[in-house]
Ligand binder design. Structure first.
Ligand code: ADP
Ligand code: MG
Length: 125
């Protein structure tokens, strides 16, 4: 991820993969939205990074896993970043708390000066 064009590509790839996994049309939309949010954060705050999209199988369930990873400045205060409406850039999007609501699992790991990794999963219904 380096540019807005990469954000669009990641979003499309996510949709394709989610579709292959059997997600419903409405799920595809929200998965694409979550990917956009994570990808935009990488481009905006870290400058560059990567998005990995894969499928996960656990017991009887199947799902999609998205890992958004960068080696940017990191997030000093994660609870603050996870608060609705908090933004250091005047963002009006769903943001990280919105991504958390859209997904079934959400994990964020960040070290100031080292980077940020956000891992999210959603299971097929
Ligand atoms: N990958 C990242 N690297 C560094 N800081 C980040 C990253 N993602 C989010 N942040 C920080 O967390 C805040 C909240 O992010 P987010 O909820 O997406 O809101 P927004 O992007 O609209 O500001 C951002 O304003 C930014 O300060
Ligand atoms: Mg954001």
């Amino acid at each position: 991820m380096r540019s807005d064009a990469d954000v669009v590509i990641a979003r499309q790839r996510g949709r394709e993969i989610a579709s292959l996994l059997g997600f419903s049309a409405s799920d595809l939309a929200l998965i694409a939205t979550a990917i956009s949010e994570l990808a935009r954060n990488i481009v905006l705050y870290a400058g560059s990074g990567e998005i990995e999209i894969g499928h996960v199988e656990q017991m009887e369930r199947r799902g999609i896993e998205i890992v958004a990873r960068d080696q940017g400045p990191g997030i000093r205060n994660i609870p603050q970043a996870m608060r609705d409406g908090f933004s250091t850039s005047g963002g009006l999007g769903l943001g990280l708390p919105g991504v958390k609501r859209l997904m079934d699992e959400f994990e964020i790991e960040s070290r100031p000066g080292r980077g940020t990794t956000v891992t999210v999963r959603r299971w097929t219904r």
